[in-house]
Design a protein around this ligand. Structure first.
Ligand code: MN
Length: 391
């Protein structure tokens, strides 16, 4: 699993030319290795993380552009899962990014396979069995060293994979078109919480370089994208069911169309004053999705908690993590299953279950619609009684 810990990445030069790890290749050496792996190839495939987020999409677009521009190598973007969040769908639309579902792809037809924003062995890497990528570009921490990859450009010092790709272009003076720059801006923004989560010398200078070349109007269209009605329905359900337990805030969204809804709700609840942890669940088909957020502190590791409560089906960083768990085949209702995970979560973070209260209203509180409906029913019943009594 993709857990935090060793920061086993290699490293590169900062915008100031100073590598964090002096033994690591610099941007020119990485580019040379990348081009070396791609030279003479006929068709390239860039495989993104499961349910690709803006960082995966942007770094994919960046690499696609580099391969096509430098080598004239036809490059497709492939993915598993789906792009759910409205902003991310707007990004695809406005930046004309074409992505192809993995099941439509014959991997043998490609002689260069690149994995971005994830790595083999991580829960978010769903390469078909037996496919070993030639190149991996990723900033996520990993449990064990990768073997058999020709170009493992892996560095946990970068706040996003988009930063890594932008860095390759800036340091090597590769011109960046508006479309690619705009994508990279949005990729860096979302992965680093507008740079607030960035703790390295790369994200900010690369962000600035890309921002200068980006299309602001398109950025606005993406960030203020229209939301479907069911977004608000899920939001309402999540708030209504939310509970505060000790220092943790949690909720279950019920059925969701995509796992991004779970992450969005976790981000929202996590803003609750005094909450040190947030966990949100949602079910889709046979799967239960969880998103976990934690305040950074000594000994806190959200990735570990996600992994433990999901029996190894989750992971992530110290402060944010996720899990995808197959519901038990014994017919356990999703809600009951979430409850089991909820108990495990509270136990793992040592929150006192007895200190549980609703965040907004009691779980079984009536909505105005419920009350109106009930009144109508009562009126109908009394009319029926009156009629029966011959009144
Ligand atoms: Mn990323």
């Amino acid at each position: 699993m993709n857990r935090n810990g060793n920061g086993n990445g290699t490293n590169g030069n900062g915008g100031n030319g100073l590598p964090l790890d002096p033994s690591a290749p610099n941007a020119t050496q990485w580019l040379r290795r990348l081009i070396g792996a791609a030279r003479g190839k006929r068709r390239a495939l860039v495989h993104m993380q499961h349910n690709p987020d803006p960082d995966a999409l942007a770094s994919g677009v960046g690499l696609q552009y580099m391969f096509e521009r430098i080598l004239g190598l036809e490059t497709l973007l492939s993915h598993t899962g789906q792009v759910g969040r409205s902003e991310n769908r707007a990004m695809l639309r406005w930046l004309r990014i074409r992505i192809i579902p993995s099941y439509k792809i014959e991997y043998d037809d490609y002689d260069l396979v690149v994995v971005v924003d994830t790595h083999p062995g991580s829960g978010t890497c769903r390469l078909p069995g037996g496919v070993v990528p030639d190149v991996v570009v990723d900033h996520h921490p990993m449990d064990e060293a990768l073997e058999g990859i020709e170009v493992p450009f892996l560095d946990t010092h970068f706040g996003s994979t988009s930063t890594m790709v932008g860095w390759l272009m800036v340091e090597n003076h590769i011109p960046v078109p508006t479309r690619v720059a705009t994508a990279l801006v949005y990729g860096i923004k979302t992965d680093t919480l507008d740079l607030a989560r960035s703790e390295n010398p790369y994200d900010e200078p690369i962000y600035r370089e890309m921002y200068d070349r980006s299309d602001r109007e398109i950025l606005r269209q993406i960030q203020r994208s229209r939301l479907p009605q069911d977004y608000f329905q899920v939001l309402e359900r999540g708030l209504r069911r939310a509970r505060v337990t000790d220092f943790a805030v949690t909720t279950y969204l019920g059925r969701v169309d995509h796992s991004d809804a779970v992450a969005e709700m976790a981000d929202l609840l996590f803003r609750l004053e005094d909450a040190r942890w947030a966990m949100v669940g949602g079910s889709k088909g046979p799967m239960m999705y969880l998103s976990i957020r934690a305040v950074r502190a000594e000994g806190v590791d959200a990735g570990r908690v996600a992994s433990v409560i999901s029996d190894g089906n989750g992971g992530g960083h110290e402060t944010f993590a996720a899990a995808q768990i197959h519901r038990p085949a014994d017919g356990t209702e999703p809600e009951a299953f979430f409850d089991t995970l909820w108990r495990r979560f509270l136990k793992e973070i040592r929150a006192k279950k007895s200190l549980t209260r609703p965040l907004t209203v009691p779980v079984d509180a009536k909505t105005p619609e419920d009350s109106a409906h009930e009144k109508k029913q009562k009126r109908r019943a009394s009319r029926a009684r009156d009629a029966a009594n011959g009144a």
